[in-house]
Design a protein around this ligand. Sequence first.
Ligand code: MG
Length: 167
Amino acid sequence: MLSDTLHTKLNEQLNFELESAYVYFSMAAYMDSVSLDGFASWMKLQAQEEIGHAMRIYNYINDRGKAAVMLALPQPPTKFKSVLEVFKTALGHEEKLATKLNTLSQEALSEKDNTTYTFLEWFLTEQVEEVSTVSTICDKLEMIGDNGYGVLMLSNELGQRKPEPTP
Ligand code: MG
């Protein structure tokens, strides 16, 4: 069975993944409101992916003999000044997730809970990918600057993203 500390921390992580989904849905709504449907579609897939991450943790907590607890989620930002601001906010959020995952896996290591550490390894690798992807999008948006056509092109490109196959 999971220790109480790891149970609490895994549960917090689960809820933070759900909070991420909530943030991405809010960003999708903003993108849809300014008719950047490619970005909106990308954000919706991102939200679904975060729900998938939450489900993985939910199942793991259950498999280890404890129950997941749904906590209150903070209201995500709803107003943004620009597409770049949206992606910079997303990057900050992904970096926060990476830090949280790192702290969580450190806890698993210090408790010598190898099963939990192995479970978290997938997330650690995945999170490197997430930060890198969003960081690249921010770089491209910096290059594009105020060029509306460039923004539209990138939105269309990201709109090509397909859902990940469920593992
Ligand atoms: Mg995630």
